[in-house]
Design a protein around this ligand. Structure first.
Ligand SMILES: [Fe+2]
Length: 194
């Protein structure tokens, strides 16, 4: 089932991302779904399944990366909780991982970066969307800090942001290398990263 961007059907988002049913907070779940609809409406894409991980590599779809990063982050969070006895907010991990790359819908057009994407990478676009739909700042923080921006000196990632960063990079790096023989740094450079 795919939908045209004008058709807002929450079941479409849940079918793509069944992990969202594990969110305890229905309020967070509804806002996550709303963020996907808004991103899709503002993008060049008709459906989420067509969005690539980076332009020019349609075989690397964003959807599988998001699913792997979310499931990986959930498993990591369980280990950290059970083995280290560290308190982890699982709703923040699930929502933050699911939305960590939502900004890519707007960052990239079909073949290259959009103007907005050149000015604001996907972590900024995604964090803005999260706050705009009323998600807690802890979730916007995970999105904003998941990538290289999170290494900025003086900016400390939360426990949940450290977990999602690890889940994200593990999926991105293995999947890019196995399918293209290239590192994510090479792919991003080709996609117009500065
Ligand atoms: Fe990612």
């Amino acid at each position: 089932m795919t939908i045209k961007k004008s058709n807002r059907d929450a079941r479409y988002i849940i079918r793509l991302f069944p992990e969202l049913e594990r969110l305890e907070s229905l309020d967070i779940r509804q806002k996550v779904i709303e963020a996907w609809f808004r991103a899709l409406e503002r993008s060049h894409w008709e459906d989420i399944e067509s969005v690539p991980f980076v332009p020019n590599y349609p075989e690397l779809r964003q959807i599988e990366h998001t699913q792997a990063a979310t499931l990986g982050s959930i498993k990591l969070a369980e280990v950290i909780r059970e083995i280290h006895g560290i308190k982890v907010n699982m709703d923040f991990v699930i929502a933050g991982a699911n939305l960590h790359d939502i900004g890519k819908l707007i960052e990239y057009g079909k073949t290259e970066k959009t103007y907005v994407g050149q000015l604001l990478r996907h972590p900024f676009i995604g964090a803005h969307l999260a706050l705009e739909v009323g998600l807690p700042p802890e979730i916007a923080h995970i999105i904003a800090a998941h990538s290289v921006e999170g290494e900025t000196s003086g900016w400390r990632r939360s426990i949940e942001a450290i977990i999602v960063h690890a889940g994200d990079f593990c999926s991105a790096r293995t999947f890019a290398l196995a399918k293209t023989g290239k590192t994510t740094a090479q792919l991003l450079q080709e996609a117009g990263e500065r």
